[in-house]
Design a protein around this ligand. Structure first.
Ligand code: PLP
Length: 468
């Protein structure tokens, strides 16, 4: 799905025409290549905060002009050069293909494909995971494959509770945990439950992960942006009934919530009937000091912790958890049952086995070393080649936050960086208020020996565009 950096001027009117014009230029200029699928009209409308009809009108205009084609079941795509042919029928089962290498293709759309915060999937522990699945399939009784507890299989909740207590200083028991399809689903379910009781005004960090905004709104929350500074969320500016925070490594700035702010946040929660939603998305990776314990461990009756294996193993597993006070955990479990009856069980048993036998810890230790090497190489290359770039948020996670030198355009920098194989995103679309031009760069898929070339390439290409 294409990442569409569409800029519209709301003062000018004719929004559909502006969207059509931007798309047309992107197709003509080659940024959108033949066959590229465009986001669904509803998704693009949400991103741009316009009505869906406006996007439909823009797409229809371009279909009429022949730039786009729309097909049932496929959606809207840039007109392919040749008509797509049906895939040939396979007589024999296909042989497993070689493992694809990490691609240097530009990051794709806002919802699908790889993100700067994604891990290096070529390091997915295939053999060990296979062994875990084999173990499950040879030992688990058949009844275990029936519809299960929508809160997740007990073995996994048991393992996870131990892991979260040990590694994240969380205060959880298996009964407080609900297994979900990642942080994203965890947040959706929690907000659905909370907004059933009363309308929820949810404070969100500014800047924040723009991908989450549609799901938070869809789950019934009214969002109230609160600025982030060098110490994290500015707690004294908080308003609302609940807040969503990334205290261990703020996304996107990488700031760690300072101890005074953590204390102030707790005070805020206890001063009213308020809850804290803690997004613990990349807390496993902390390089220069010990992991900061999660907020949930300080106030398990006020904080709802969401985490997943998306950064530790692979986002495609769609396995995560919510730790909540007993009543809320029960409501989330019931909501999950009503929604889709729960997560696939084989993967849950496999993860439980993987954790119990030490595979998860071992994999994390190995990847932490490797990511640290990659981060160091990127940070060194930036310091050497681009000293005017301000590098922030390097203590943890899988991305760094770069404030760009004067004269560098965010979107252009991202485009160039992507062409050089860097996994990059602009910060502008994540901000509600104005801020310095900045980008997020992921280093998980950038081997240490390639960092210097990539950064040099960026320097040459960007300075070439800024010759006075
Ligand atoms: C800040 C942040 N929170 C949550 C998520 C979603 O994670 P999950 O795959 O667990 O749904 C991401 C994914 O990139 C993220 O960057």
């Amino acid at each position: 799905m294409a990442d569409l950096h569409i800029q519209i001027n709301r003062d000018k009117g004719g929004i559909a025409g502006q969207i059509a014009s931007e798309l047309r230029d992107s197709i003509r200029g080659g940024r959108l290549t033949p066959g590229t699928r465009l986001p669904a009209t509803r998704d693009l409308a949400t991103d741009l905060q316009v009505s869906r009809g406006v996007v439909v009108e823009a797409y229809e205009q371009l279909v009429a002009e022949g730039f786009l084609v729309s097909r049932v079941g496929v959606g809207t795509q840039v007109t392919p050069k040749t008509a797509p042919r049906a895939a040939p029928r396979q007589k024999t089962p296909p042989r497993p293909r070689p493992v694809p290498r990490a691609s240097s293709a530009p990051v794709c759309g806002p919802y699908y494909g790889h993100r700067p915060t994604s891990p290096d999937l070529s390091h997915f522990p295939r053999e060990r995971w296979l062994a875990a699945v084999r173990h499950v399939l040879t030992t688990v009784p058949s009844e275990a494959f029936d519809y299960g507890d929508p809160g997740g299989v007990p073995e996994l909740r048991e393992e996870l509770a131990g892991y979260l207590r040990r590694v994240r200083a969380a205060d959880v028991r298996p009964e407080n945990l609900v297994i979900v399809g990642g942080v994203a689903q965890g947040l959706s379910l929690v907000l659905h439950v909370l907004s059933r009781q009363r309308p929820i005004r949810l404070a969100v960090e500014d800047p924040t992960s723009h991908r989450q905004v549609p799901l938070l709104r869809r789950a019934g929350a009214h969002l109230v942006p609160v600025p982030v500074d060098e110490e994290g969320l500015q707690v004294r500016k908080l308003s609302g009934d609940a807040v969503l925070v990334t205290p261990a490594h703020q996304y996107p700035t990488g700031v760690v919530l300072s101890p005074p702010r953590r204390a102030a946040l707790m005070e805020w929660a206890y001063a009213g009937d308020r809850v804290i939603l803690e997004d613990d998305y990349d807390a496993e990776f902390r390089f220069d000091r010990d992991p900061v314990g999660c907020l949930q461990g300080l106030a398990p009756d006020r904080v709802i912790l969401s985490g997943s294996v998306s950064k530790a193993l692979a986002p495609g597993l769609r396995l995560g958890w919510v730790a909540a006070p007993p009543d809320l955990a029960e409501a989330v479990r019931r909501a999950r049952g009503e929604l889709d009856l729960g997560s696939p069980v084989v993967e849950q048993y496999a993860l439980a086995h993987f954790m119990r036998t030490g595979g998860y810890d071992r994999h994390l230790r190995r990847m932490r070393r490797e990511y640290r090497r990659r981060r160091d190489a990127l940070v060194r290359a930036l310091a050497q080649e681009l000293p005017d770039v301000r590098v922030k948020g390097i203590d943890a996670g899988l991305h760094v936050y770069l404030e760009l030198p004067a004269g560098w355009d965010e979107l252009e920098s991202v485009r160039v960086a992507q062409e050089l194989g860097l996994s990059t995103e602009p910060v502008g679309p994540m901000r509600e208020s104005a801020g310095p031009a900045a980008v997020v760069v992921g280093f998980a898929r950038l081997p240490a020996h390639k960092a210097l070339d990539a950064v040099r390439g960026l320097k040459v290409r960007m300075s070439g565009q800024n010759v006075d």
